[in-house]
Design a protein around this ligand. Structure first.
Ligand SMILES: [Cu+2]
Length: 347
């Protein structure tokens, strides 16, 4: 019931901004002119400025859904969405499809702030080993540089002195947009590491190699939002890194497209004994670092088996939710970046 009410609310919202989103497979449009997603390096100055301004707008606009615990701004709601799903979308089969959907949610939110241009990604191999010199960290046409002071607050660029109220972990404490660049880790986002991450023949192999390889090392190199696995999306730079992660999945799919558009596997929520694969000890031990979801959070967190017939294994029918920001989508909807629900390609 809650969800059907939410989707009605969403329909009203999307109609208002003229961005009709498909609500059922029958409504799914054909993808005839895919949006071209360039690396930030190749994005026009005008698009860069407009993209950054729209991100800044989200960080400074009031919340709209009013159901995300701890949220004050529109950006907080978006970060809270990742926080609520954290134990479902990391070290699980959902990792790649959910983050692809999450980027789609960002695309919709940017429309609210007037950005209609293409999304971009960070072609990290170009900057591997020298992230700190990357033009993505430019003050004027980038995301600002490495943080300063004990909190590693970003003090230059469009996100200087802005506050995120979600995190760290399952807390909801105001903190600055922060990051700390370590070039040594960034060398493992280089071309040979990427090639190795996408050389497997099954989804499981690609998922594990991408997750523990360039994805994780990129996070370690950037340490966004206190290096927090649960709310690192609080730094807008996260989406340049995750665009790169999404591109790795797409590049892996393209090697045997017909077959790989249907290849999905893994769990739909973390195995409590494993937790995040990048940390040891399982969920219980790891919760010493970032606490546990509060009852308020659990009350709005979607059932991880939704669309999977109540089982723990992820299927193409799995339902992914943004709690009403955009309509729910299935994993099948996002398997193909040019399938209709999505319509973009990496160039
Ligand atoms: Cu994530």
């Amino acid at each position: 019931m809650l969800h059907s009410l939410l989707s009605l609310a969403v329909l009203a919202t999307t109609t208002a901004v003229g961005a009709a989103l498909p609500t059922s497979p029958a409504d799914t449009p054909k993808c005839t002119t895919p949006q071209k997603r360039n690396s930030w390096h190749d994005t026009s100055d005008a698009d860069k400025k407009a993209y950054l301004a729209a991100n800044r707008c989200l960080l400074t606009s009031p919340q709209k859904q009013n159901i995300f615990p701890g949220a004050k701004t529109r950006w907080d709601e978006f970060v809270a969405l990742h926080q609520l799903h954290a134990l479902q979308i990391h070290t699980t089969g959902q990792f790649l499809p959910y983050h692809r959907y999450y980027i789609k949610v960002l695309e919709f939110l940017l429309l609210e702030c007037g950005y209609h241009g293409p999304l971009a990604y960070w072609d990290e191999p170009r900057d591997a080993g020298k992230f700190s010199k990357s033009l993505l960290l430019d003050t004027n046409l980038g995301f600002g540089g490495s943080g300063k002071g004990t909190q590693n607050c970003v003090t230059d660029g469009p996100f200087a002195n802005l506050t995120v109220n979600i995190g760290p972990g399952f807390k909801s404490q105001p903190r600055c947009v922060n990051r700390k660049i370590t070039d040594a880790f960034s060398s493992q986002t280089g071309a040979t590491y990427v090639a190795s991450a996408i050389k497997g023949s099954t989804y499981k192999e690609a998922l594990d190699a991408i997750y523990s390889g360039p994805h994780l090392l990129g996070h370690m190199a950037l340490s966004m939002m206190n290096g927090d696995s649960i709310t690192s999306s609080g730094d807008p730079l996260f989406f340049m890194h995750h665009g790169f992660v999404d591109k790795m999945w797409r590049d892996w799919q393209l090697k045997d497209l017909t077959k790989r558009l249907k290849d999905i596997s893994g769990l739909n929520a973390q195995d409590p004994a494993v937790g995040f694969s990048e940390f040891s000890g399982g969920i219980e031990v790891e919760s010493a670092m970032w606490g546990k979801p509060t009852p308020e959070m659990l009350a709005v967190t979607p059932d991880p088996t939704s669309g999977d017939g109540g089982k723990k294994e992820l299927t193409l029918g799995h339902v992914m939710s943004s709690l009403g920001i955009i309509p729910n989508a299935t994993v099948a909807d996002v398997m193909d970046t040019k399938g209709g629900y999505l319509c973009y390609e990496y160039v």
